[in-house]
Design a protein around this ligand. Structure first.
Ligand code: KG4
Ligand code: ZN
Length: 335
């Protein structure tokens, strides 16, 4: 079963061909980061226009690199939400047109469920039950995936997403967009224990990162107003540690409480080197098996969308051509 996946929910135009939901034959990503960087973040209208410019070429390249032809594809899987509505509509319209012209099934995919499926790619796929921490630019979700692949939300962020906190903090430090990779890099030269930024551990499985962002801003303003020198690298490392500590503690606590010994990470922030290290160490200490996709499958890509599409197709969940883009998270379906 060959699935063509299409992803345009934010600022990556991506297409991939995946066999049987697991084997990636091609994975093409046209990133718009350079265009949005000069504005310090994603400009939705520009993102939509860039997707329109790129989508045809990206899909053709994915088919060519997979050594296949569009007529050999068995189904088209496309992200229908959550995301930027104008951006989503480009991939969705393209996917619908392909599906109609080729007379192949169309499968709408939830972007967050796609992120989870990054853990199903390759030779060693995760199997349920497991806890999944999805940490991206727009979402922070702690999920339980049960034996029957049912998804239950254990907690989510009350305000900023983890990636958003990285992006906003980076901006305050004058680092380029996207902030996650910039902070990850700078933090390597800093002392993570230099500044005691707060850890919001309030309710059990929920998250809150806006207080941490304010604490960083207050610290920077105070130092600047007092004319006191400070180390950018120490701020980056201390901020990063505050995020990593909370994410690690809550994910491990959920595993222990629910007696589940498998943890999977997903989403752009899961490519953070400090988070990967901290999760590896804590999982090892607590006898938990950790699944972390390679960084290229953590940030937005279409291989994860094709994988999710395959499993939806197996459940007979085919979409009709009136499928619309949905900018909200919506309800999770059974995997
Ligand atoms: O999953 P993703 O590519 O897009 C969304 O669905 O949002 O996640 C993008 C987010 C951005 O906020 C970016 O700063 C963050 O992931 N990110 C990172 C790293 N790489 C990307 N955050 C921390 N460390 C990284 N190495
Ligand atoms: Zn994403």
């Amino acid at each position: 079963m060959l699935i063509l996946g299409i992803e345009t929910s934010c600022d990556e135009t991506a297409a991939a061909v995946v066999r049987d939901g697991r084997y990636v034959l091609s994975n093409i990503i046209a990133s718009q980061i350079d265009v949005h960087r000069e504005y310090g973040g994603v400009v939705p209208e520009i993102a939509s226009r860039k997707h329109i410019e790129n989508i045809g070429r990206v899909v053709d390249t994915a088919l060519r690199e997979a050594d296949t032809d569009k007529r050999q594809i068995d189904a088209v899987a496309v992200t229908s939400g959550p995301g930027l509505v104008g951006a989503l509509l480009v991939g969705l319209s393209y996917g619908k047109a392909l599906s109609f012209a080729l007379n192949k099934p169309l499968i709408g995919v939830n972007h967050i469920e796609g992120h989870i499926c990054a853990n199903l790619l390759g030779e060693n796929p995760v199997s349920p039950p497991f806890i999944c921490l999805v940490v991206s630019g727009g979402h922070t979700h702690l999920l339980r995936v049960s034996d029957n692949w049912k998804i239950e939300v254990l907690g989510r962020t009350r305000d900023d997403a983890a990636g958003e906190a990285f992006d906003k903090t980076a901006r305050a430090l004058g680092l380029p967009y996207p902030g996650g990779p910039s902070i990850d890099l700078l933090a390597k030269q800093g002392n993570p224990n230099a500044i005691p930024f707060p850890r919001a551990l309030s309710d059990e499985a929920g998250f809150s990162f806006s207080g941490l962002k304010s604490a960083v801003l207050n610290y920077l303003n105070k130092q600047r107003m007092m004319g006191e020198a400070f180390s950018q690298a120490d701020v980056a490392a201390s901020f990063q540690k505050a995020v990593v500590d909370v994410l690690t503690d809550k994910a491990i606590a959920a595993c222990m409480k629910l007696n589940i010994n498998t943890l999977a990470l997903a989403g752009g922030v899961a490519s953070n080197s400090a988070l990967r290290k901290s999760m590896r160490m804590s999982c090892e200490k607590n006898g938990i098996t950790l699944f972390v996709p390679p960084p290229i499958y953590c940030t937005d890509n279409a291989a994860m969308i094709a994988s999710r599409g395959y499993f939806r197709w197996k459940q007979g969940k085919i979409s009709s051509l009136d499928l619309n883009a949905n900018p909200d998270v919506g309800d999770f379906s059974e995997m």
